[in-house]
Structures are given as C-alpha cells and as structure tokens.
Design a protein. Sequence first.
Length: 412
Amino acid sequence: MRIGVVHPAFLHRGGAENLTLWLASGLAQRGHAVTLFAAGLALDQWPEIDLAAVRTVELPDRRDDFWHEPSRGRQHGRIIAEHSADADVLVCGIHPAHLWLSQALAVMRHPPASILYCQEPRRKYYYMWTDRPTVAYADSGRRTLPFHDWLANGIRYRRRASRLSKIPLARWYDRRKLERVERIVGNSRFTADNASHVWRRQVEVCYPGVPVPAAATLPNPADRTGVAVLTGWEVAKNPMGVLGTINEVVHHFGRRDIPFTLTGGNIRPEYEAYLRDHHLSDVVSLRDYLSEEEKTALLRQARLCLFIPFAEPFGLVPVEAMLHHTPVIAADHGGPSEVVVDGKTGRLVDVFAPREVARALVELYDDANLLAEYGSAGERRAREEFSLDALLDRFELQLRAAREQHSGARTG
C-alpha cells in the first residue's frame, strides 16, 4: 500500500514524534511504500529508528500561528498533493497536520482515503473537553496541590480566551477543514470520546505501541531502588502533584530513604525553591532529557515509575516502564488508566491528591512480592497489547478499513 504520513515537524524528540517515526518505519518494513511529510526533518535525533526505506519530503514554512495557517496550509497542501498523486491512503497526526492534509485533499483530482490518527484535539481550542478533570478540580474548591493558583489561573485564562473571536473562529476553521478527512482514529478511549464530542464524528480507537526491548536480565525488585518520574515540567504534566507527592512521602510517611529521579529540562525556579524550602533536595535527582540508553537504564533500575499527568491522552511512559518489569503508579483518568490495570500491573490514583498518591507509592515500594507480580503482569500486558507489532497490526486494519470506506463513498 502507498501511504503518506503528515506530521508538523521532527525537530525534537517527543512522544508524538517517536510514535509517528516508529509507525512509518514499521509500515515500511512490512512492505508498504511510505512517504513522510514534515516542516522540519532533523531525523538524526532518532538514530535508533531505521528510516532507510521511508521517503521524506520537507515542507518549507515553519511558522505556527493562527493568522498564517490558511496560507501555510495551502502551500503545504499543494506540496503534499504533488507528491501523493498515486497514494492509497494519507495519514495525519497532531495539529496542524490535519489542516495541511485537508488542503491537499481539496486540490487533488482523485483524492485517496484519509485518516486522522488523533493524539488529542487541540487543548487551546477544546480545553472544556480535553481538560475536563482539571476543570472539575479547579471548580471544586479543593486546594490539595502545591502551586494550586497556577492551575486555577490557567483555567480562568482559557475561559476568558474562549470567549474571544479568535478561538471560536479557530474551532470553526478546524471543524470545517476536518470534514474532508474521512476517518478519525483516537489513541485511547479517552481521546476518542473527546474527539467525538468536539468534532461530532464517529471516532475509532487504535492504541499506540512501542518497540519491545531486547531480552535482558533485570534486577529483582528488592535489588532495585528509587522512583522514576519521566514526564517533564509543563503544567499539564502535573509537576506540582509530583512535588506534593514527594513532600508527603518524606514528611508525612517519614520515608527519606526513597530516592526520586525527575527528568526534563527547563525546570521553573519556583519548583527548585520548593525542593529547597521543603528540604527535599537530598532525595531528588534532577536530570535533563535522557537518551534512549539512559532512559532504559533508569527504568530497569527503578523500583517504581510515577506517571500522574492531568488528562493525558495516552502516555508512552507507562508502557515503556512495564516492558522493563517496572510497576507504574498512574493517573486514574485519561490514557494511563487504560494502560495500567489497577491492582494487577500497578496502581491508579487521584492525581489531585498527593497524600493518596504517596500512600499508594509507599505501600507498594516495600512489597517485593507484589512488585514482582505487578512487574511480570505489566511486562506481559505491554508486550501483548502495546508493542510496536501490535500497533502495526491494528493500524493496518485501519488502513484497509479506510480504503474500503473510501471506495464505498466513491461508488455510492
């Protein structure tokens, strides 16, 4: 099958970028002819992914603002159309790739089948759906998180911004362009539910997958140490909940013997001050962005992985941790709650309640038998349900369904 894949840019490593490149490489290795379109192709940042069989086309204009989007979309659409005349299916991912794909379909004489593989509807436009748990917390009057006001002020700002002319116009433009894309597939039930509400379309689910690491001898749970936190410092990743949890572990449960490794660059000075003021610096190791080798080493040595972002659409980190027999303390909503099985491969917790998170973490940390049981069950679930091969199997079904849907629409 001839497949075009449209992504905004490959300029830095991220979950959406990793997933798109794994998918493109995997489809090419299965014999499909894959062309990758992006406004920026720094693919040397992914030396571990074999892209030799993937054709690439770099789109020229990298500006990312609302008022330039129509002209940029037309420009990119013409280029995509020019290189996709014989394509069977065109696939796009995160915003604004679906706008470019829509423009390509509009100018093609015989447009092919099309799929939006949705990571999430753009939060800037649709926060009332994508961020429902966070909005509910801000409206509830609870003040359980450190830096609560940052979160509440962010919700208030989005409410004010949603009443401005630009946001309603952007939603209208987004929905109008998406009408040309025939099939929408979400990366989780959470994403599919949100997308079906905001776009008023039927949305299928196709869970992502990650490459399965080579077999290795892993330490016993009792020989592992520490908690790995691989999320970053953006507010949506809930760094305030992470810091609050560490504070509860140390000062409420008295466990200064549990070390935490927090990854991600650009930490705010206020967070560093929180660690100093609450005397937590000696139990926290701050790391910048990790290489794949460093991440693998950390997950193999950690006793637990903590992953508690707000309204995460899927989250690859729990899958990667589970593949290394590392149980996960994960958010009880969003995509992570569909990956981690509570009481079988880890624990699901209220991300707005640091003491509850800390209690679950401390209880599990010392139970070597339960850690081993959760680790084995998690590895088995990740390998069977969320491997790259499992993703490719599911996605090939979506590709075939898209072609059948497209042929039916043309003959009908």
